[in-house]
Write a protein that binds this ligand. Structure first.
Ligand code: PMV
Length: 321
């Protein structure tokens, strides 16, 4: 029996985080420079059915049975076996690792889940469709992250730039040119569920104000989609910065995020904003190729603990011309 290894990328949200939870559209793109990786390694000498879990990033090395039922890794393994209708699998070790920063708005949890679901389903010879992987990952997200919109699991499962709106068919975006984006990490960990929960409480006390903000962001996202597809990066950058101002109004930015956004713009970025849950984690800056290094240096000197350079590009959907 071969070793099965699956990877899944990180992600950023180009525009529309938070308002996407309230039914407005958002645009997300995968970040292939960082990955979660899951391997299932057969262990023929071990007792039949035994599953060892090895996740060095979180100092975990134990038998799966030793973990509580509600531990995310145990939950994911059980969910896959239940969905495949399998009660027992050949003895194995499951190794999980990730270089996607944790609690930083880059989808680390969803990426681990997608890679693990695919690795186990491959190991038991019961391959799931992308739609099933997406659905199962959403189940896991709901259990561990409060009230997710579903954007993280979707962009990571399909590994394509997406225009996403709850309840609507997923639109895969075609981006004609390669577009450089810098991702600056504030180094501040911030669980998404806290920012999402705080915003929900604020919305409950003053839904009119927040609904108006969400509508404004929804309009920016629709415009951004057409600028992204036509390659008008100056307009796109402008909309990203406007989106950041609305995110500040929502109360999900932070002084570290605002500082990095300011640095990026001062250094010539076309637009900049926080990305993901906010309050910490990562910001993104849209840049022209010629200013990549200047903006990256400015982000580092402005306090970024790490800067990733990624490129937006869209592949065509299989089967379309
Ligand atoms: O999990 P994060 O921090 O990458 O953010 C996800 C985006 C939110 O809109 C804040 C939440 C959601 O479920 O859409």
């Amino acid at each position: 029996m071969p070793v099965i290894t699956e990877t899944a990328p990180g992600k950023i949200i180009l525009l529309g985080e938070h308002s996407v939870v309230y039914g407005r559209p958002a645009i997300a793109v995968p970040v292939e420079q960082v990955k979660a990786r899951s391997s299932v390694i057969p262990n023929p000498r071990a007792e039949p059915g035994s599953i060892r879990i090895y996740a060095p990033d979180i100092n975990l090395d134990c038998d799966l049975k030793e973990l509580p039922d509600e531990h995310p890794l145990r939950f994911i393994v059980s969910l896959v076996l239940k969905t495949a209708g399998v009660s027992r699998i050949p003895a194995c070790t499951i190794r999980v690792s990730s270089d996607i920063p944790l609690a930083s708005g880059m989808g680390s949890g969803a990426a681990v889940t997608v890679s693990l679901i695919r690795a186990i389903s491959g190991f038991i010879g019961h391959l799931f469709t992308d739609d099933t992987v997406n659905q199962l990952t959403f189940e896991v997200e709901k259990l561990f992250h409060g009230t997710p919109s579903g954007i993280d699991n979707t962009v990571i499962t399909y590994s394509m730039p997406i225009y996403f709106q709850v309840g609507q068919p997923i639109e895969l975006l075609e981006i004609q040119e390669r577009v450089p984006i810098l991702i600056g990490d504030t180094g501040v960990h911030s669980p998404t569920s806290i920012a999402v929960g705080d915003l929900r409480r604020a919305w409950q006390t003053d839904s009119l104000t927040y609904e108006r903000i969400f509508d404004e962001v929804g309009n920016l996202v629709k415009l951004a989609k057409s600028h992204l597809e036509s390659g008008d990066l100056h307009q796109l950058g402008h909309l990203m910065s406007e989106n950041h101002a609305f995110l500040q109004h929502m109360g999900v930015s932070s002084k570290e995020l605002d500082q990095l956004v300011r640095c990026a713009l001062e250094a010539g970025a076309l637009g900049a904003k926080l990305s993901g849950g906010g309050r910490g984690g990562n910001m993104i800056a849209l840049v022209e190729e010629g200013t990549i290094n200047t903006v990256a240096d400015k982000l580092r000197s402005g306090g970024a603990s790490n800067v990733i350079i990624t490129w937006l590009f869209g592949k065509k959907q299989p089967g379309t011309s």
